[in-house]
Design a protein around this ligand. Structure first.
Ligand code: FES
Length: 121
């Protein structure tokens, strides 16, 4: 086993390019992680059956905890029954969600780690 397989980097989940979650194993599914950040996402069965949580994946890969029964296109996932396998960029709104701010190198004060996006859609 190499150190790269032993020390796997925790995937970063972004919404339309805005990083919002470091998926570090505290949540059992992508849906739980999104809900913990108060991301506006609809769900019903929470078990991969109904397709209500179907989400477009802009980039990245997921792996499924249980085999999804709802029909999916190649660029879609069911957050209720998957976890990020790589950094993930989802086509979901980050309105009102705390996002990880980009680092500012030219200031004398440290950049805040979290920024509230109140006006983004
Ligand atoms: S909530 Fe039913 S498939 Fe995700």
């Amino acid at each position: 086993m190499t150190y790269k397989t032993f020390f796997k980097k925790a995937p970063i989940v972004s919404l339309k390019g805005q990083p919002v979650i470091l998926f570090d194993g505290k949540h059992s599914s992508l849906l739980e992680a999104l809900e913990s950040k108060k991301v506006n996402i609809f769900s019903e069965c929470r078990n991969g059956f109904c397709g209500a949580c179907k989400t477009t994946v802009i980039s990245g890969d997921v792996s499924y905890i249980t085999t999804p029964l709802a029909e999916l296109k190649a660029n879609e996932c069911l957050p209720c029954c998957c976890v990020p396998e790589t950094d993930l960029n989802l086509k979901l709104s980050c309105k009102g969600v705390e996002v990880v701010a980009k680092r500012q190198y030219n200031t004398h004060q440290p950049a805040p780690l979290l920024t509230k996006l109140a006006h983004e859609s």
